[in-house]
Design a protein around this ligand. Structure first.
Ligand code: ZN
Length: 341
């Protein structure tokens, strides 16, 4: 099969479009003919190389996949069925998995990360429980753009931050995949949404996606704006995934009893916190990592019904994966960048 692999860490130029062996199925696994694979920043991290993480080489990235069932070593599946894939891989047998907390499995990791070759290829294999059937009304590009970011944002807002109708939410980086998903999920659950963006164009597009106010984070002070917009109260929930560059202002934007939930550290992982604010304002700081299969199954019907819609930045053919990652790294995109296979 054709695949995009890297044999060493480095810049986008290490990504090579080349022949690779087709995955061989074990019992319970399904081979999927990939039709679309969306990019995530995880793809860039693993290509650059991470401290204390060994990536087996050559490596195929890609966590967000949609395609057709090509072969099955699991009973009861029709070849040709249209599916999107659960991005969370877990053992399926441990106490965490069997309690529905599969993202707490000791073996949990994203498809396309480390030990699970991903969707930058014509074929990918996954356990049968990672398949989600998609209706004919949903095209492969949109189906590939949905799972990881919407699952991540769903878990952050609904499971971890326990968002309630009528609450105020601040979503950082509205142009990112998680940012877009978080805005939509918060609106779906009856919240008022504020967002930040880093260019005039992204501010306009974030406003069009339903945020009641969008703050230009290079031109305005985010915490000061949030206090002005909420009559000095602050927001109930901040959706963080930026880290060092935004953390202090995210904390300052919280109302009493507010929850800051984070799933990433794109700008740097080391942050400080003023404990006086933490206890006196009774704040909660919550970590969140991808999500469970059950959470994605709960979110998916809203996608199929058109109430949650991944925003597509643009598509590239698989062979141009390096170009696609350059666009992601340059932060030129708004919404998901998707490879068509
Ligand atoms: Zn497990």
């Amino acid at each position: 099969m054709k695949a995009v692999r890297f044999h060493e860490h480095g810049g986008p130029e290490v990504l090579q479009y080349e022949d690779a062996p087709q995955p061989e199925l074990n019992p319970g696994e399904v081979l999927v003919r990939v039709r679309a694979c969306a990019l995530n920043f995880l793809d860039v991290w693993e290509r650059r190389g991470l401290e204390h993480v060994t990536i087996p080489m050559p490596h195929i990235s890609g966590s967000d996949v949609a395609g057709e069932i090509a072969a099955s070593a699991a009973p009861g599946l029709a070849v040709g069925g249209r599916v999107m894939l659960q991005p969370g891989m877990s053992c399926g047998r441990c106490a965490a998995c069997l309690s529905g907390r599969d993202n707490e499995c000791p073996q949990f990791e994203a498809l396309g990360y480390r030990n699970h070759p991903g969707g930058y290829a014509e074929y990918v294999k996954v356990p049968v429980q990672n398949l989600i059937s998609i209706p004919d009304s949903i095209d492969f590009v949109r189906a590939a753009a949905f799972p990881l970011t919407f699952l991540t944002a769903w878990r952050m807002l609904i499971t971890r931050a326990r968002l309630k109708r009528g609450e105020d939410v601040l979503v950082l980086a509205a142009g990112s995949g998680v940012g877009q998903a978080a805005i939509q999920i918060a609106l779906l659950h009856g919240a008022r949404v504020f967002a930040t963006a880093g260019s005039d164009e992204k501010v306009e597009r974030a406003r069009a996606s339903g945020a009641s106010d969008v703050i230009h984070h290079h031109k305005q002070d985010v915490a000061a704006e949030i206090m002005r917009l909420t009559d000095r109260r602050g927001v109930d929930v901040v959706v963080e995934h930026v880290g060092d560059a935004t953390w202090a202002k995210s904390v300052r934007s919280l109302a009493r009893g507010g929850r800051l939930v984070t799933c990433g550290a794109t700008s740097g992982p080391q942050v400080g916190i003023d404990l006086r604010a933490l206890f006196a304002k009774q704040l909660s700081v919550l970590g969140s990592y991808v999500g469970t299969k059950g959470e994605l199954l709960r979110a998916a019907p809203f996608f199929f019904a058109g109430q949650l819609q991944p925003v597509i930045d643009r598509t590239f053919p698989l062979a141009q994966a390096a170009e696609a990652q350059r666009r992601l790294e340059a932060s030129e995109h708004f919404g998901k960048i998707v490879l068509e296979v």
